[in-house]
Design a binder for this molecule. Sequence first.
Ligand code: ZN
Length: 103
Amino acid sequence: MTATEDPRRQATEWVELVEPGWSRVITLVGSNTKNIRVYPDGTWRFWHLCKVVDGTGIICAPALRLDGGHRVVTEDPLTIDPSILCPDCGAHGFVRDGRWVPA
Ligand SMILES: [Zn+2]
């Protein structure tokens, strides 16, 4: 990854646009800018440093589609099927054996 591809190097501040109230954060080996947040209502979200707009970094967490799209195969270590894609920034990868694996 080059400097221009890494949003952390472009942002002067970060704004977190993530629904509060998660009960669990599952870290992913291989990325310190992405994790999975689990909410008491059963929602799972893909938390990540998403994009930079005019120097301001945006952190967002789109919900996984557990109602017919995604499936949590195992929770420990975490494996989710199929891949996760953020429609906003194009982040695309697999969560397998607790790791983030870029697609
Ligand atoms: Zn994104």
